[in-house]
Design a protein around this ligand. Structure first.
Ligand SMILES: Cc1ncc(C[n+]2csc(CCOP(=O)(O)OP(=O)(O)O)c2C)c(N)n1
Ligand SMILES: [Mg+2]
Length: 787
C-alpha cells in the first residue's frame, strides 16, 4: 500500500502522462497521420489540458465502478488517454483520433469502445444527464431493484461556458423538486470559452444559485504551492493580488510567463518588503509554476476536495484552471483552436523525457518504475468491479388490449391501452415509467397515474383526496409510484427519458419509459431527443395533439415539421396511426423494439391526435399486425386497372376514406393505402436498396415496394397527411408513379377541423381535385357538400 505522499507522486506522474498522451493524440492526428483533407483538430488541446489533473484525480483516485461520468466534449482526448492507461483503449484508435472508426472527437457511448458512460458533444446536455441519471437511480432503488449494488455518484465535468446553456438551469430546478442526491458537477473554471474570456464575478453567481437549490458548493481556487506561499511572510498580499486580478489579465500573464507576472506584481504591489522577497526568492519558472498552480491543476487540492465529501447531497465543485495549462499557448484567449507546432512539440517532448519513437509507451519518461505504475493502475478502485451492465428482456404479450368504442381518438386509445396495462399485474406494467412535462392529464395519462401513482422518494398524500374533495385524479406520491411528474421544460422530459432509457446499462435494471408531450413541443426538446437517441437510450414518446387537426386548440400549437423529424431522427421509429387497434399493435411492437439489442432496436415516437373518428370493426390477425408495424396496408385494395390510389396517414383517415369512395364512382379500381409509419416504410425501402446494391443477386423487396408493385405504371397516387407534404411525396419514386402530395405548409389559423382542412387543402374535395388532376376522364361526379 502506497503512503499518501507516494500516492500523490504516482497520481501526479499519471496526470502528467495523461496530458502528454492526450496532446500527442492530437498532435499525431494533425502532423503525423496522413491527413488528406487538411483539416486540423482544433478545440481539443487547450480545452483538454485544463482537465487533465482533475480527471486523473477522479479516475485514478476517487471514482468507484458504480460512479458514472459525463465528460466535457473537448476533454475527450484526456478521457481516451486515461482509458488507454487502463488498457481499455487501443493505440490504433488513438492514432486514428477523429478518423473513421478511430477514437471519437467527443466521448460517445455507442461509437467509442472505451467505456463512455454518457455521450456528450452538445454542451449542457451531458451535465443535465447526470442529474437525471441520479433521479433514475433513486427510482430503481425505491422500487427495490438495487439489490446489493452500491449507489453510484453521477459526475459531470462541466466547462464554465457550458453553464450558459439554459437546459442546465432547467435541470437544476427539477433536481431540487425531486430531492436530488449523489450528483457532482465539477466546473472547469478556466474562465475561457471558445471565443471569449468569461465575465468577472461569474462564480459568485454560480455559487449563490447552487446554494439556493440546496447544493454544496466547494471552491477549489488555490493549489498547494499557492497555499504554502500564502503562509509565507507577505503571502496575504499575494493572495489579495491574485483575488483582485481580472480574468483576462490573469490569462494573459499565464500566457506571457514568469517574467511578466513578476513585472505586474511589482507594478501593482510596489516594494513591500516581505511580499517582494517572496516573489524575488523565485526564478521566473518557479514564479510561473506558483501562479499557474490554481486548484484545478493541483492533485492534492482536488483529492482533498473530492475526498472530503461525506454525504450524498449534490455538490458543485468550482475548480479554478487555466485553459491550455502547461502548453505554450496556456491562457491565450485565441487558444481554443490552438495547436502546438512541430517545434513546440519537440521542445515539450524533451522536457517530458519522451524519446522519439516511444511516444505511446505508457510509462515513458516517468520517474517511477513501470511495475509500480502498472500495479497502481491495476489496483485503482474504479477498476474493481463491473461497469457495463445488462438486463433481461421483459416479456410483451402478443397483443395489448383496450376497451373499444365505436368512436375514439388515438390519444384516447393511448390512455386506454396504458390503463389496461395498469389494471393488470404484468412485469411489463411494473417496468413502465411514465413522465410528462405538466401535460399528464391533457395527454391522457391520467388513468394510468390514478392506478400506478406518482413517484417520490417520500410518501406525499393527495390533499384533495385526504380532504375528501371530489376530484377525477388521485395524485398520491410514493416510492412505489410509476409516474415522474416534471415541470413544463421539454428538454427535461427528453433528458429524463434518456436517463430512464439507459437504466438497463447503468443500473442493470430495465425500465420502459413512456413520455408524453404536445407534438409541436418536440421541437423545444429536439436536441435532447437527438442526443438521447444518439446514445441509444430506449423510450417511447407519445406526442399529442398534433398537426392542424387540433384546430380550435390554437394555431400556435399546430405542428407541421414533426413527421419529417420523425423520419429523419436516427434511432427513432415513428408512427402516426389513424385507428386505436393499430395503435395497440404499434405500442406492443414498440415495447419489444425498445428492448432489441444494438442497431436492431431503438426508441419509438407516436404522433397522435385528439380527433375522434369512427373505428373499424375488424379482427386483428397476424398479417395485419405485421403490416401495421412495417408501416402500411391496403385499407381498400386497388384493382388490376387502378387509375389512382389515395395514400394517407393519421387523423385525415375519414377524409381519405370519403374521397376514395367518391373517386371510386368515376375512376377504375381505386385503392386506399393506410400508412401507419411513413418512417418505417421509407427506411425499409432504403435498406432494401442498400442490400440489393451490396449483395448483387439478392431479390429482397421492401414492404412499400411489394405494396405498390400491383399498381399499373400510369396509376396516380394522391398522398395526404396533416403535416408537411414531403413526408409522403417520395412514394412516387418507389415505382415511378406520378404523385399529388397534399399536406400542410403553413399554420396558425384556428377554426373547426373542417374549416382548416378546407383552408389548407387536405379535405375530401382537395383529395378529389388531386385525383382528377392525375387521371384522364371527366370530373368526379360527387363531392363532399359544404356544411
Ligand atoms: C450546443 C453547443 N453549442 C456550441 C458548441 C460549440 N462549442 C464547443 S466548446 C464551446 C465553448 C466551450 O467553452 P467551455 O465550456 O468554457 O470549455 P473550455 O473550452 O473552456 O474547456 C463551444 C461554443 C457545442 N459543442 N454545443
Ligand atoms: Mg472554459
Amino acid at each position: 500500500m502506497a503512503t499518501n505522499s507516494e500516492r500523490l507522486e504516482l497520481l501526479n506522474a499519471l496526470a502528467r502522462k495523461v496530458l502528454w498522451l492526450s496532446s500527442w493524440t492530437i498532435h499525431h492526428a494533425n502532423h503525423i497521420r496522413p491527413n488528406t483533407d487538411g483539416l486540423k483538430v482544433g478545440g481539443h488541446q487547450a480545452s483538454s489540458a485544463s482537465l487533465a489533473t482533475i480527471m486523473s484525480a477522479l479516475y485514478f483516485g476517487v471514482l468507484r465502478p458504480e460512479d458514472r461520468v459525463a465528460v466535457k466534449p473537448h476533454a475527450s482526448p484526456v478521457f481516451h488517454a486515461i482509458q488507454y492507461l487502463f488498457g481499455r483503449q487501443t493505440r490504433d484508435r488513438l492514432e486514428n483520433f477523429r478518423g473513421f472508426k478511430g477514437a471519437q472527437s467527443y466521448p460517445s457511448r455507442t461509437k467509442d469502445t472505451d467505456d463512455v458512460d454518457f455521450s456528450t458533444g452538445s454542451v449542457g446536455l451531458g451535465v443535465a444527464q447526470t442529474l437525471f441519471a441520479s433521479l433514475v437511480q433513486d427510482y430503481v432503488k425505491a422500487h427495490g431493484w438495487m439489490k446489493d449494488r452500491r449507489e453510484g455518484r453521477m459526475i459531470a465535468l462541466v466547462g464554465d461556458a457550458e453553464m450558459d446553456e439554459g437546459n442546465i438551469f432547467e435541470a437544476l430546478l427539477e433536481g431540487w423538486k425531486h430531492g436530488l442526491r449523489n450528483t457532482w458537477w465539477v466546473v472547469d473554471y478556466n474562465r475561457q470559452s471558445l471565443d471569449a474570456v468569461v465575465r468577472e464575478g461569474l462564480w459568485e453567481k454560480f455559487e449563490t444559485m447552487f446554494r439556493n437549490f440546496g447544493w454544496d458548493v466547494v471552491i477549489v481556487k488555490y493549489g498547494s504551492l499557492m497555499r504554502e506561499a500564502f503562509a509565507e511572510p507577505g503571502g496575504e498580499a499575494l493572495r489579495r493580488w491574485i483575488d483582485s486580478c481580472p480574468n483576462q489579465m490573469y490569462a494573459a500573464l499565464c500566457f506571457q510567463g514568469g517574467a511578466a507576472f513578476r513585472k505586474h506584481l511589482r507594478d501593482d504591489i510596489g516594494d513591500q518588503g516581505p511580499v517582494s522577497q517572496l516573489i524575488d526568492r523565485r526564478s521566473d519558472d518557479e514564479l510561473l509554476a506558483l501562479m499557474s498552480n490554481l486548484g484545478g491543476h493541483d492533485m492534492a487540492s482536488m483529492l482533498e476536495a473530492f475526498e472530503a465529501i461525506d454525504h450524498d447531497r449534490p455538490v458543485c465543485f468550482i475548480a479554478y484552471t487555466i485553459k491550455g495549462v502547461g502548453l505554450p499557448f496556456q491562457g491565450h484567449k485565441d487558444n481554443h483552436a490552438g495547436l502546438m507546432t512541430v517545434a513546440q512539440m519537440e521542445k515539450w517532448r524533451g522536457a517530458q523525457n519522451i524519446r522519439t519513437g516511444h511516444e505511446w509507451e505508457k510509462f515513458e519518461g516517468l520517474p517511477q518504475d513501470s511495475t509500480t505504475l502498472q500495479a497502481f493502475l491495476d489496483d485503482v478502485p474504479f477498476n474493481r468491479g463491473q461497469r457495463r451492465l445488462t438486463a433481461p428482456v421483459i416479456d410483451v404479450p402478443p397483443q395489448l388490449s383496450f376497451t373499444p368504442s365505436a368512436q375514439m381518438s388515438t390519444q384516447q386509445g393511448f390512455g386506454l391501452v396504458l390503463n389496461e396495462l395498469a389494471r393488470g399485474n404484468s412485469e411489463l406494467a411494473a417496468r413502465i415509467v411514465t413522465a410528462s412535462p405538466d401535460v399528464t392529464v391533457s395527454t391522457n395519462l391520467g388513468a394510468w397515474v390514478n392506478r400506478r401513482g406518482l413517484f417520490a422518494r417520500g410518501e406525499k398524500a393527495d390533499l384533495f383526496r385526504s380532504e375528501k374533495i371530489p376530484s377525477t385524479f388521485n395524485w398520491d406520491f410514493s416510492p412505489k409510484g410509476q409516474h415522474m411528474e416534471l415541470g413544463i421544460a421539454e428538454m427535461n422530459l427528453f433528458i429524463l427519458l434518456s436517463a430512464l432509457g439507459l437504466s438497463h446499462a447503468i443500473n442493470g435494471e430495465r425500465l420502459l419509459p413512456v413520455g408524453t408531450l404536445y407534438d409541436p413541443f418536440i421541437e423545444r426538446g429536439l436536441d435532447a431527443l437527438n442526443y438521447a437517441c444518439y446514445q441509444d437510450a430506449r423510450f417511447m414518446v407519445a406526442a399529442t395533439p398534433s398537426g392542424i387537426t387540433l384546430a380550435p386548440e390554437g394555431g400556435a400549437h399546430q405542428s407541421i415539421a414533426t413527421p419529417l423529424i420523425g423520419m429523419a431522427q436516427d434511432g427513432l421509429a415513428s408512427f402516426e396511426p389513424a385507428f386505436v387497434d393499430e395503435l395497440a399493435v404499434i405500442m406492443g411492437w414498440g415495447f419489444r423494439h425498445m428492448q432489441r439489442e444494438g442497431g436492431e432496436g431503438g426508441s419509438v415516437y407516436l404522433r397522435l391526435s385528439t380527433r375522434t373518428i369512427e373505428q373499424p370493426q375488424r379482427l386483428m390477425g397476424p398479417d395485419l399486425q405485421k403490416d401495421i408495424a412495417e408501416g402500411a396496408y391496403w385499407l381498400r385494395k386497388p384493382g388490376p386497372n387502378a387509375e389512382v390510389v389515395v395514400a394517407y396517414t393519421g387523423a385525415v383517415a375519414p377524409e381519405a376514406i370519403e374521397a376514395t369512395g367518391f373517386i371510386g364512382e368515376s375512376r377504375r379500381d381505386v385503392g386506399l393505402l393506410a400508412i401507419t409509419s411513413v418512417d418505417r416504410l421509407h427506411s425499409g425501402w432504403t435498406a432494401a436498396r442498400t442490400l440489393r446494391r451490396d449483395r448483387r443477386g439478392v431479390q429482397h423487396l421492401s414492404h412499400v415496394e411489394k405494396l405498390l408493385a400491383p399498381l399499373p405504371r400510369d396509376c396516380g397516387i394522391v398522398t395526404v397527411i396533416d403535416g408537411h407534404p414531403a413526408a409522403l411525396g417520395w412514394l412516387g419514386s418507389v415505382r415511378g408513379h406520378r404523385v399529388e402530395a397534399l399536406g400542410v405548409e403553413h399554420f396558425g389559423q384556428t377554426g373547426t377541423i373542417d374549416d382548416l382542412y378546407r383552408h389548407y387543402g387536405i379535405d375530401a374535395n382537395a383529395i378529389i381535385d388531386a385525383a382528377e388532376s392525375l387521371t384522364a376522364g371527366g370530373p368526379v361526379l360527387h363531392r363532399k357538400m359544404a356544411v
